[in-house]
Every structure is written in C-alpha cells, then in structure tokens.
Design a protein around this ligand. Structure first.
Ligand SMILES: Cc1ncc(COP(=O)(O)O)c(C=O)c1O
Length: 357
C-alpha cells in the first residue's frame, strides 16, 4: 500500500453547512477546490446549500456550469474571454479603470463585480473616484451596451493576522462601500470576507455574502479556534513496510540523512515528497496506533520514522488525521493550509471518498 487520502463526504457537507452559520456564501473552489476535486466539492457544497461559486480559471468555471445551471459563478481573475463568459453566463471581476477603458465595449450585458484593491492590492480599483468615472461612462451608453452591475468585492489579505493591518483594510473597504451607498444602486452581491474575517467579525454591515475557502474544507484560518467549528474531513496515511534495528552510528537514507546516535528502531513508510509530503512537514511527527513518533528522514517515496516496540509492519501511519490536524502544522510554520493541501499528488496517492460517517 502506498499513500491514501480519504475524504469523508458527509463530514465535508457538514463542515460546509456549519461554517456558513446561516449566511449566504460564495464558495471558493479555485485550484481544483483546494485540491479536494472540483466536481466532488461543488456537488458537496450544493448539498450544503451553497449556490454561488468563485474560481480563478475559465476552465474551472466551465466545469462548474456543467454541474449547476442555476448558480452564480464568479471569475476572480480578469478575463478577456468575453464570448465564453456570455455563453456560460459567468460573472466577472472589473479589476481596474485601465481594464475598463480598454474593454468597455466588450462588456455589454455581462455581469460584473467591481473590485476594490485595498491593502491586498493584487488588482482592483484604487479609489471610489475611479469607479465614478466608470459609472458616469456607463450612464452615457445605451442600455443594451451597458454591463450589468451585479457586485462589489475586495479581498482581505490580513484577516488571519493580528498585527492591526486587518483593521485598516476593513476600515478602508467599509469607507469605499459607504461612498458607493450614496448612489442609488444596490448590487446583488457585496462580498469581501474570507474565512478568517468571517470567523472574527461575523457578516460585516452592508455585505450580502461571505466568500469562504479554507473554512469550508475544515481547516482553521488562525490558531486558538475550537476544533468542533472546523471538522477536518480527510485523513492522509500510508503504512509501515519494514522495521529496522539501528546501531548507534549506522547511517540511513540518502547521504546518511539520519544517524540516530544510539541504538534504536525505525519504521520505513512508503510515502514521501513525491506524494506531496512537504519537507517542512517531515520535520515533525506522524501518528501510529494513536501515538506520535518523529519523522527522521524524508525521501521521494519513503520516509523513516523512529519508533518503539509497539510499532509493526503494516501498521497505518497517519500524516493527517482528526487527532493530527493539518492546521496544527500550519501554525507550526510548515506552510499555509492551502499550500499543504495543494501539494498532495493524486497521480501517486490513492484517493478514496468515504460516505460512511
Ligand atoms: C480572492 C479570494 N477570495 C476568497 C478566498 C478564500 O480565502 P480563505 O481560504 O482564507 O477562506 C481566497 C483564497 O485564497 C481568495 O484568493
């Protein structure tokens, strides 16, 4: 047996349901739904009552449309594929005044969400004056030539940090919304909040939707939160293929990557960085028979774990488990939740969907 990733569909639906807490939600399903599998996740989120989705890629948006013809599908990245957008009835970001000036003729009857740059600043309008220029220009066009103003949005880049920047970006964005409020227009979607922002603040005033990613998939955006609020719906494990007794100075692994310095026992486990176990993750432990043991060396398709008499060949070795949560390693500095998920290699891992719990 090599590495196995099991995803419990019922837990995913339950988690997606509970994190929303009754608030309308746009599910972020970019990058193959945080590597859970796009179609699988979209169907699970539909079951959890979600009817709006966001992704960065047209290809993924097309796939989502083939699954659900009623949902709002929002393209987060600027696109110039206007015919495809119209054909698939997608909603798109309006990312800047420059973009508007270049493509305004092509936006006719397309649903757009005006993006505010804020502190995150990946793209978006810098200030409300630029938005006014767009709206002024639109007002001069014939109705059939205009875009359809469906939404306003921005992204909080600091909500999972507690250094004061989140308060600044939130204030700037709420100021932008207040300026917009003076116009007599009410877009159907006003969305800015990722998981961290929503967990910190609940739904902010003037917002119609949250725009959640990692919380739907069951990981905590920052430490100190309750496990029950974030049910992790997956496990990653492999098994012990050999046990070796080691002498004090016996080297193991490439270039003798592990020398115990004492007589000890190690387990060889058939999962490695080729399956998506990050090198930083392997600086920590794994779970065998309910106990934690240190990973002492990581190779492409194996890792070495220092064990004791309790561990035998064929025992399951968990990298992620309800008692060994992915977010624990996020907070230990291994990498972002999404980074640990995105690296999992489905070409080598076996993926099993369970429907049992
Ligand atoms: C634009 C945008 N909105 C929302 C999200 C969801 O954030 P989170 O996964 O922290 O909930 C992301 C994630 O990267 C994003 O890029």
């Amino acid at each position: 047996m090599s590495g196995i990733l099991t995803i419990d569909r019922k837990k995913l639906v339950l988690q997606a349901g509970q994190i929303q807490n009754g608030t309308p939600t746009i599910a972020v399903v970019k990058n193959n739904a945080y590597n859970f599998g796009l179609e699988f996740a979209v169907r699970a989120f539909l079951d959890a009552g979600i009817t709006a989705f966001a992704t960065t890629s047209l290809k993924e948006a097309e796939k989502i449309r083939s699954i659900t013809d009623q949902s709002m599908i929002f393209l987060l990245n600027p696109t110039t594929e206007f015919e495809a957008v119209r054909g698939l009835d997608l909603s798109i970001t309006l990312p800047s005044l420059t973009y508007y000036e270049k493509y305004r003729e092509e936006l006719s009857r397309i649903s757009i969400h005006i993006e505010y740059a804020g502190l995150f600043n990946r793209s978006g309008f810098d200030n409300f004056k630029e938005v006014e220029q767009v709206l002024h220009h639109q007002a001069q066009m014939n109705e059939v030539e205009r875009f359809f103003l469906e939404g306003l949005w921005c992204h909080f880049g600091y909500a999972d940090e507690f250094d004061g920047n989140y308060e600044i970006e939130r204030k700037n964005w709420l100021g932008f919304l207040a300026e917009f409020d003076r116009l007599d227009m009410t877009p159907e979607y006003v969305h800015a909040q990722n998981t961290a922002s929503f967990v910190r603040d609940g739904i902010l005033p003037g917002h119609t939707h949250t725009r959640l990613g990692i919380g739907l998939y069951g990981s905590k955006p920052y430490s100190g939160l309750n496990d029950e609020l974030f049910v992790q719906p997956f496990e990653l494990y492999s098994s012990v293929v050999q046990i070796r007794e080691m002498d004090e100075n016996m080297p193991m692994g490439y270039g003798g990557s592990f020398v115990a310095g004492r007589k000890t026992k190690v387990a060889i486990v058939d999962i490695g960085y080729g399956d998506g176990v990050l090198r930083k993750r392997a600086e920590y432990d794994c779970l065998i028979n309910g106990r934690r043991y240190p990973i002492v060396s990581l190779m492409m398709s194996h890792m070495i774990v220092e064990v004791d008499e309790e561990v035998s060949v064929d025992d399951k070795v968990f990298i992620y488990h309800p008692d060994m949560r992915l977010d624990e390693y996020t907070f230990k500095g291994v990498g972002a939740n999404s980074e640990q998920l995105a690296t999992l290699n489905y070409n080598t891992l076996t993926k099993e969907i369970s429907h049992e719990s």
